[in-house]
Design a binder for this molecule. Structure first.
Ligand SMILES: [Zn+2]
Length: 133
């Protein structure tokens, strides 16, 4: 069964992440199925190898999307210094842990120009706002 999403305008408001059109969704499903078939072929029944292959590919795709943990850590340190340790929204001191590197426009990635460091509370509000806008 195909669980294609309802048709959407791919050029909608930049705050929301672009959605796949039904045709693009079909292409994505094909890529996923091809990748799974390829991994199953390479693993040839070796469950541990399949697990390792899946983890490897998953992590590389996440790095494609978010950068490596090392890159994000460096950017976070740079932003904390730029913002003199204060949340970009409320101005309260950023916590030592759990401050959030927020992308203003998700598709533009974790760049200096596209990110700001937020306290967890402000991040929560921003995420909620984005969900309902
Ligand atoms: Zn804040």
């Amino acid at each position: 069964m195909i669980d294609a999403p309802a048709p959407v305008d791919p050029h909608q408001d930049r705050q929301q992440n672009r959605r796949l059109t039904p045709d693009e969704h079909e292409s994505a499903r094909r890529i996923l199925e091809t990748t799974r078939a390829e991994m199953n072929g390479v693993a040839a029944g070796d469950r541990e190898l399949l697990f390792a292959l899946r983890r490897y590919i998953l992590n590389r795709l996440i790095h494609d999307e978010r950068g490596t943990p090392m890159q994000r850590r460096k950017l976070k340190q740079k932003k904390a210094a730029e913002q003199t340790g204060q949340c970009a929204i409320c101005g309260n001191p950023l916590p030592k842990r759990n401050s959030v590197l927020d992308r203003m426009v998700a598709v533009d990635g974790y760049t200096e120009a596209n990110t700001r460091l937020l306290c967890p509370e402000c991040d929560e509000s921003v995420q909620t706002e984005r969900k309902f806008s």
